[in-house]
Design a binder for this molecule. Structure first.
Ligand code: TXA
Ligand code: MG
Length: 330
């Protein structure tokens, strides 16, 4: 999304390009317990001081997120993450060595200093070291953990650029740091290492096959309907305002249908309606980077009344995109 030329967004004065000055301002706001929009390589986050319960409460309030859904704590370095965990298994260190900084979140037993509001009262804490240069610079300057869920209102499409954050939150935050479009485009992979065996809680930016290459087979958690057994397992999520339906293949449709497709399309088959191809050449990384942006465009396009999406081949980042499509359709 580029800066809108008209409407309320054209007047927005809380979106600022990341620079030494805006990062100092961000640090000052965070110390005061305020929350800000922050770029990461996965999606933009709504960041607050993880050790100030009032700042955490503000995150839940701005995001309109239920208190049973815990937050991810972001750190500049792995050492900072281990300092918040009461036990760090060998596999955690091996994974961090290979994938941090980057789009991987590890769940570990928490230390006392982590506020209950950050973990929704759970004994475990979610930890991640992001690789985006603006996130790293801010984390270094801040010098402590920042809690940051994706910067969308609860259940909605995650923002992958600063103006998408503005579209979600408007003036509810004093500052949105603009660090450009997110390179990964999908949230981090969430891996629970608090029990005897690792469990995948959310497919994401690091394909699970790559984790398995380092630590062996990983069990999958299944999403549930209303009362999540584990947090973040709600089936309905990432939802556009318009109805979204999953279909096996492209098919004749009326013009009010928007299509989300992937890969080369059969020649001679012209689709009616608006078409977003996540990657015409069939590249998973390109598709992931385009995913939320494309979904948002279809949701905002006045010509589109309903969205049809064709799932991707179920491997690598394709699995992570399909998981989000299924929840968006639910
Ligand atoms: O890429 C990302 O992870 C982004 C960026 C901003 O870092 N953040 C993000 O946060 O996606 P959020 O809050 O939208 O998703 C966090 C996920 C949720 O599904 C939450 O339930 C799960 O992590 N989670 C957090 N703490 C947990 C815990 N203690 N046990 C189990 N799951 C947890
Ligand atoms: Mg989210």
């Amino acid at each position: 999304m580029i800066k809108p030329e008209t409407g309320r967004a054209a007047q927005a004065n809380n979106v600022a390009t990341a620079s030494p000055e805006t990062i100092s301002r961000a640090v000052a706001l965070l110390r005061e317990g305020q929350v800000i929009g922050l770029p990461t390589e996965t999606v933009y986050g709504l960041a607050g001081d993880a050790l100030q319960p009032a700042a955490l409460a503000r995150i839940f309030e701005v995001k309109q997120r239920p208190l049973f859904d815990p937050l991810i704590l972001h750190l500049a370095e792995a050492e900072g993450a281990w300092a918040l965990a009461s036990r760090v298994p060998e596999v955690a260190r091996r994974l961090a060595e290979r994938f941090w900084p980057g789009p991987l979140t590890l769940i570990l037993p928490k230390k006392e200093i982590v506020p209950d509001l950050a973990t929704s009262g759970l004994p475990n804490v979610a930890l991640r070291v992001p690789v985006h240069p603006v996130a790293r610079e801010l984390l270094r300057a801040f010098g402590g953990p920042l809690a940051a869920p994706s910067a969308n209102r609860f259940g909605r499409i995650s923002p992958t650029d600063a103006w998408a954050v503005w579209a979600e939150l408007g003036d509810a935050v004093p500052l949105i740091l603009d660090g450009g479009p997110c390179e990964v485009g999908l949230e981090s992979t969430v891996l629970d290492l608090s029990g005897d065996a690792p469990v995948l809680l959310r497919a994401g930016g690091v394909p699970v096959e790559e984790l398995e290459a380092v630590i062996g087979l990983i069990a999958r958690a299944r999403p549930v309907d209303e009362k999540p057994a584990g947090p973040g397992q709600l089936k309905h999520h990432y939802a556009p305002r318009k109805p979204l339906r999953l279909v096996d293949a492209v098919q004749p449709s009326d013009a009010a249908c928007g299509w989300l497709v992937f890969g080369p399309q059969k020649s001679g088959q012209s689709l009616d309606g608006v078409v977003e191809n996540l990657s015409p050449v069939g590249d998973f990384r390109e598709a992931a980077a385009n995913f939320f942006r494309a979904l948002r465009r279809l949701d905002d396009d006045p010509r589109v009344a309903m969205i049809h999406a064709v799932p991707l081949p179920p491997k690598g980042l394709g699995l992570a995109i399909n998981e989000r499509l299924e929840r968006a359709a639910h």
